[in-house]
Design a protein around this ligand. Sequence first.
Ligand SMILES: [Zn+2]
Length: 472
Amino acid sequence: MRADPQPRLHAAHALLPEGWARDVLLAWNTAGTLTTVSPDTPAPTDAPRAAGVLLPGVPNLHSHAFQRAFAGLAEYRGERIDVSTETRTDASADSFWTWRDLMYRFALAISPDQLEAVATQLYVEMLQAGYTAVCEFHYLHHDPQGRPYADPAEMALRLLAAARQAGIGITLLPVLYQHACFGATPPRAQQRRFVTGTDALLDIAARLRAHGAHVGIAPHSLRAVGPRALHEVVAGLHALDPSAPVHLHIAEQQREVDDCLAWCGRRPVEWLLANAAVDARWCLVHATHLSDAERRALAASGAVAGLCPSTEANLGDGVFDAAAYLAAGGAWGIGSDSHASVDAAGELRWLEYTQRLARQQRHVLASPAHRQVADRLWLGAVGGGARASGRALGGLAVGQQADFIVLDDSGTLAGLDPPQALANHVFALAGHGAVRDVWVAGVQRVHEGRHALERSACARFVAARRELLDEV
Ligand SMILES: [Zn+2]
């Protein structure tokens, strides 16, 4: 009996880590790892051909899956109710912090089944939007009363199940959350599903590893984790797996920076770099508010700046100075975070546009080596996203996972050369991306824009969201 031939794909044009190449033949093994990436190779007669430009898939480095349940539902001006007089007054100061109160209502209500339904829909959407992997910054550990489930990893396992159903790669980052604010302030009642001891958190990480998951950890923020627990949980993780990633929220809001200064006299990134061995295993999410010295030191550390431009815009966080950070050689990647938008190309467009608005210039994030903005941003997001995922997801190269997408060449992209097609995908098709086919670990998950679960996942999602809206 003849063994199945090794899976292959030939692309007339592909974006390799070193730039655009023609006539690229890819082959991968049964583990989904690329074994051949061969440019200037004529298409073998029996190899399937990509139906358009081939790009590496983008790892999504920051996601809170449950927040997809209320994406788009907090876009109205709030009111404050005076309970004694039952009068309503306009709230002119909606902010991250008022949004967080609504987020907590969903967080307190969502069940394991609902989380799995919401996450499955989200992961299908991610695949259709050009993401091939996701890092889940997961803090909903306990039941709504704040008690551990019979399996303490129950909720994280639902995310793993959702990722496996949808076929997206996942790095699970169980979150350590202990305090309401700097200085070990006791957690609020609304935070009861998040709060764990360090050992309990490491136990969740070990359980997830036993299920075959890729696992790191996420000390939530310097607000929520004190110095000693931060040290212990990172040491505990690296005893389990020396290469596992560590993510944390760092400086999303100016108030967070001010509170940190009041606590210790240092800014968040300044404090972290002085008190933890931050290296390429670390991802600092929302490194929005940096001094020049912090920016240079973060870039030199090898850590990844986790940028979530559409969520940071949605929440009014501020603008990350990407131009200065990239000039310093810093690693970075993108995340859809609250899922205000699930669109890899859209995050990159937002990233460049925030720089243009702040500097009143164009093509801010291009470089002499990559004059096309979209080329540089796509490759940067893949490289930084791979590092933050702690996995071999670094693009179209031998030894990396076979995660790639094909742009649809049959519509308005027809007739363009490859850099023009990618630039169109990122800048000109806003909201109507051209992702046609998607492979993860060498398995095709999206065919001509469609995912096999898109109808069933959507139906389950809508039902779960209806239940949640009736509850909150
Ligand atoms: Zn976040």
